[in-house]
Design a protein around this ligand. Structure first.
Ligand code: FAD
Length: 438
């Protein structure tokens, strides 16, 4: 049957990196050495590299790093990273819980380097199929394609998805492929080509009303003298994210149990109630900076940058002169057409791509539901376990797509796969909750 891994991790972002750490610490405790590997399509570790905007900071305390909440004595804590890099005391002097995004990316890369031998970089997972032994399904076979087009197959008893999101594009932009239209995930890198060397004004539209849209708008308008930036948002204006202490408790690891225990309707209601912690909201400090920028424009009698609220893009056409957007005011229905040299879509991410990758296993998938341990509901006859990270928001809560629960969730996955006596059962089908985003 060849090599069969205990598990294969699909993707190697923070979620599966945290799992690699939890697995290593399990091995040290138990003396058992799980045989695991990870498949990552990027050529090397990086974290949202298209959004490592100068001056951007984390929206989560560094204490919610890859390990601290589970094991403050782990060698993979942010504090140990600082110590090893020789900046611990300097960081203390910053008096902050929120490192720059650049530094956090460096921290994650530092941790990822410890697992270099387990990660197959530059390979994209394209399908998952069952494999058989003596006529019975014995596990899953993961098919991936390397950068040079080579197809590879690896087998495993368990599969853990940590693939993040897929760029979400508004309906009016669907199917359009034009270098002048980029998703925020490719903002840095895509930007230079879009703006060119020219000294003449470049009209840039940013579509979206959340943190990424606001960060890009502020970065362009404060850094690029030739840019005239227009923020197009469906809501009325920029609104602040709620990160006040009582509300922030929804990101505590224990809250996952509370959310999961609710009925689907109650969960949906709770998610809606707390939506303004994460979606279509912006850090208050950034809102204030943007307001200051508009005030400065007024003072100088300039109208270089604009914010258009209640604005919906209804159609897009690309011509030699630019990208033409048909706009509709959602309040009064007024129609307008405006042309831009570049359009940046800060319109979020879809979290359902695992379904495409699991198409080859469709015969064994009972439903979209996952149990408390993030296990997909499979039919009897398939001994594999498939775990989903980052696509269980509506069953496990708003922390599922974020960094807050990584240290604890990774331990839950290890316990579920290796039956560690944590009070967590292995392979016992618990209550299920539909994993679809609806
Ligand atoms: C700009 C930005 C800033 C953020 N800041 C914060 C923050 O401050 N705090 C917070 O809590 N959350 C933040 N988030 C939320 C974010 O989702 C998490 O930070 C984190 O990235 C989730 O980790 P992940 O490993 O689940 O997903 P990702 O980080 O998206 O990693 C998924 C990995 O899987 C790989 N992959 C995908 N498909 C395949 C495939 N088919 N084959 C092989 N590899 C594949 C990808 O290349 C990627 O490396 C931010 C998100 C963005 C976009």
């Amino acid at each position: 049957m060849g090599l069969v891994y205990d598990y294969i991790g699909v993707g190697f972002g923070p979620s599966n990196l945290a799992l690699a750490i939890a697995t290593e610490e399990f091995a040290q405790r138990s003396g058992r050495e799980p045989n695991a590997c990870f498949i990552e399509r990027k050529p090397a570790f990086s974290w949202h590299e298209g959004m490592l905007i100068d001056g951007s900071t984390m929206q989560i305390s560094f204490l919610k790093d890859l390990a601290t909440l589970r094991n403050p004595a782990s060698r993979f804590t942010f504090i140990n990273y600082l110590k090893e890099r020789g900046r611990l005391e300097d960081f203390v002097n910053l008096k902050t819980f929120f490192p720059s995004r650049e530094e956090y990316n460096d921290y994650l890369g530092w941790a990822a380097a410890a697992f270099a031998e387990q990660v197959h970089y530059g390979e994209e997972v394209i399908n998952v199929e069952p494999f058989y032994s003596a006529g019975d399904c014995a596990g899953v076979e993961v098919l991936s394609r390397s950068a040079d087009g080579q197809l590879l197959r690896r087998r495993a008893r368990n599969l853990v998805f940590g693939i993040g999101g897929v760029a979400q594009v508004p309906a009016a932009f669907a199917g359009l492929s034009d270098a002048r239209i980029v998703h925020s995930s490719r903002y840095l890198g895509g930007l230079d080509g879009l703006l060119g060397e020219a000294a003449q004004p470049r009209r840039v539209a940013i579509v979206g009303g959340g943190q990424s849209a606001a960060e890009i708008f502020y970065d362009l308008s404060s850094r690029c003298a030739q840019v005239e930036a227009t923020l197009l948002l469906r809501g009325s204006t920029l609104k602040p994210s709620d990160d006040s202490p009582f509300v922030n408790e929804i990101f505590n690891a224990g809250f996952t149990d509370r959310i999961f225990a609710q009925s689907a309707a109650q969960r949906a209601q709770l998610l809606d109630e707390y939506r303004n912690t994460n979606y279509s909201v912006v850090d208050l400090e950034l809102i204030e900076k943007i307001y200051q920028l508009f005030y400065q424009q007024k003072l100088r009698g300039e109208h270089r940058h604009r914010l258009l609220g209640h604005c919906e893009v209804t159609a897009v056409s690309t011509t030699g002169a630019g990208v033409q957007l048909a706009l509709r005011n959602k309040l009064d229905g007024a129609l307008d057409t405006q042309t831009f040299d570049a359009v940046i879509l800060a319109t979020g991410y879809r979290r359902d791509y695992h379904r495409t990758l699991l198409a080859g296993l469709a015969d064994y998938i009972e439903s979209d539901a996952v149990d408390r341990q993030y296990r997909l509901n499979l039919r009897p006859g398939c001994p594999a376990q498939i775990f989903l990270q980052g696509s269980c928001e509506h069953s496990h809560g708003l922390s599922d797509t974020l960094l807050s629960v990584l240290a604890m969730r990774s331990a839950e996955l290890v316990a579920a796969m290796f039956a560690e006596p944590h009070g967590l059962p292995a392979r016992e089908p618990l209550r299920l909750a539909s994993a679809s985003l609806g």
